[in-house]
Every structure is written in C-alpha cells, then in structure tokens.
Design a binder for this molecule. Structure first.
Ligand SMILES: Cc1cc2nc3c(=O)[nH]c(=O)nc-3n(C[C@H](O)[C@H](O)[C@H](O)COP(=O)(O)O)c2cc1C
Length: 267
C-alpha cells in the first residue's frame, strides 16, 4: 500500500489507538487490586491511630499496621435492627459495594438525608478496642458529602459510648488549605471529650458556626466550625448527625448503653 494513501494513514492511527487502549485497560485492571490493597492499608493505618493503638500511626510500617489492625475486634452491625449481626464476618463485608447494592442498602428519604449520601448499607463494619471487662473504645465509620467530595472518616467513642475520643478522615478531596483543614490536628483535638447525647438521649452534638460560651452546658456538645471553611465543617456536622442519629448508629448505641448505666460491657 502506498505510504501516501489515506487508507493506510487511517489504518496505522486506528491500530495504534487500539494497541494503546488495550495496554491502558490491561494496566488499569491489573493494578486495581494493588491500588485497592493500598487504600485499605491507609484506611487501616488511620483506624489503628484513632483506636489508640499507636502514638504515631503515620510512622508505622505497613507490617505494623496489619498487625495492630488484628488487635481490633471487627464486628458487623445491622442498622435496621440496631444489633450486632454475626451471620457475616466484617472481613467479608464490602462496605462500598453494600452501600450501593439495592438488596444490601436502603434509600434514604430526602428529608432524612442530611449527609447527602442517597443510600446507606443495612450492615456496616465497626471496630471495638476490647478490654478485659468490656469495651475500651468503639470506632464507627462515618461519611457524607462535603463541598466537593465525599468525606470518609471514623469517629471514636469512649467506653460510655457518649464521649467522643476523636474524629479522623482517611479520604476527602476538599480544597487544599480551605476544606481540607478538617484534617488539622488542632481542630480534631477540639472534639476530644465532647458529648454526643444529653441525659434524655437526644443527639446534641454539632459543629457550630456561632461562638459558644465555654462555661455554658452547650459547650459540652459543640465544636467550633473552621472559619472560611464552613461549607465543609457544616458537612462534617451533618454527617455526624446522620450516622450517630436515629437512622444511623443511635439505636445500636442506645441498646448497648441500656445494658449498663456505666461503661458498656463486652459485645
Ligand atoms: C475556589 C474555592 C474553593 C473553596 N473550597 C472550599 C472548601 O473546600 N470548603 C469550604 O468549606 N469552603 C470552600 N470555599 C469557601 C466557600 O465558598 C465559603 O465561602 C466558605 O466555606 C464560607 O466560610 P465562612 O462562612 O467561614 O466564611 C472555597 C471557595 C473558593 C472560591
């Protein structure tokens, strides 16, 4: 075929495009499990940090993360019944897939969807730091829509399942220097010791745009919003309100807390 032929030029371009797309697709498919494993590892690094199993989770080797993760008691909670569900292992529960699978999730009515997530899984994996006579700490997954991205994190509760030990995010894509300030250690430190529920069991916690008198009883339930990033911090407030509220973990937490007035006993 003549080198100047249009047909030959089109053939070469077509074959080159086909070859490149096969290479890119094959590489993407081959690397997907590796990428997923790294994402899980980084999520588990954040998890062992907020579980209090390491002073500096960032400094842990990958092997140490895997080893410390084994110290956590991973359990499955059925949010519809508010009880543990031991019919499935937390290791076998694919949280991301369950959240979109029509059979494994429920649509959230718009008036309840304060975290703007559309659907939520019926069963969710949670993590318990065990101690001899019960629970040392409980870590619950939380997520919701921020300004530009979905914010994925964990909230850690003390043995009373009412006092916040900490909040952390392992995935978000808010604006650097603005919305991503939710990762600031000093802001996250403000959460430590705050309460979720009042004596009547009403969820009172929120991230507040208005200054709260530190001497007032309200101060126990409030964390200050980050100035200049209130869209993202409002979103954090909303996602906590959803997941710790009556359509999230609250029935489960209430049932565990009813078992004892003091710390929660072994799961
Ligand atoms: C390019 C651009 C990116 C922004 N990114 C964020 C963000 O990631 N999170 C956020 O809360 N606000 C972000 N903002 C600011 C919001 O639009 C809004 O002004 C701010 O959240 C309000 O905070 P304030 O009530 O404390 O002033 C961004 C603004 C601009 C112009």
């Amino acid at each position: 075929m003549n080198n100047d032929s249009t047909l030959k030029a089109l053939l070469v371009v077509g074959l080159t495009a086909l070859f490149c797309s096969v290479v890119v697709t094959t590489t993407a498919v081959t690397l997907q499990p590796i990428q997923r494993a790294y994402q899980d590892l980084e999520r588990n690094r954040v998890l062992v940090g907020i579980a209090g199993l390491a002073d500096s989770a960032a400094a842990l080797s990958d092997r140490e993360v895997v080893s410390l993760f084994q110290e956590l008691d991973a359990r499955v909670v059925n949010l519809d019944t508010g009880a543990y569900d031991d019919s499935v292992s937390a290791d076998n529960l694919d949280g991301a897939a369950s959240a979109t699978d029509p059979d494994a999730s429920v649509a959230i009515p718009p008036d309840q969807d304060i975290a703007t997530i559309g659907r939520r899984a019926r069963r969710v994996a949670i993590y318990v730091v065990p101690r001899a006579d019960g629970i040392e700490r409980m870590i619950l997954p939380v997520y919701g829509q921020g300004m530009w991205s979905t914010l994925y994190g964990f909230i850690a509760l003390d043995a009373d399942l009412n006092t916040i030990v900490g909040i952390t995010f392992y995935e978000q894509a808010e604006t650097a220097g603005i919305g991503d300030q939710i990762l600031r250690a000093d802001w996250q430190a403000e959460w430590t010791g705050k309460k979720l529920y009042d004596a009547e069991g009403t969820l009172r916690f929120r991230v507040s745009n208005q200054a709260v008198d530190p001497q007032s009883p309200e101060a126990d339930y409030h964390v200050d919003a980050i100035s200049g990033a209130t869209v993202t911090t409002d979103a954090v407030s909303n996602l906590v309100a959803y997941w710790l509220g009556e359509h999230g973990f609250q029935p489960f937490i209430d049932s565990l807390r009813e078992r004892t007035d003091d710390d929660v006993q072994s799961p």
